[in-house]
Write a protein that binds this ligand. Structure first.
Ligand code: ZN
Length: 89
């Protein structure tokens, strides 16, 4: 999911699609080049548990890219007034 479209849930099935979306739409975002790897996609996943089942070698929790992804996702989820709604769709 895109962590930079505030108040929107833009879902991409492939990490490459998310990457090209961010580069096109969220141009203000500075992203390190290891941000949109399959290993790091886990931290953008709508269903991280399912993601972990299909992708081996998830980026370690303390990796820099993982940290940045979690931070982006956190501030993104803060843009929703009803946080409970996040798991609904
Ligand atoms: Zn976006």
């Amino acid at each position: 999911m895109c962590a930079w479209c505030e108040g929107k849930k833009n879902v991409y099935t492939r990490i490459a699609d998310l990457e090209s979306h961010v580069k096109k739409v969220n141009r203000e975002v500075t992203i390190s080049k290891d941000q949109f790897t399959r290993a790091n996609g886990f931290y953008f996943a709508k269903y991280p548990e399912d993601y972990a089942k299909v992708v081996e070698n998830i980026n370690p929790y303390d990796a820099k890219a993982a940290y940045e992804a979690r931070k982006a996702m956190r501030s993104w989820s803060d843009t929703f007034s009803d946080k409970q709604a996040m798991g609904d769709q």
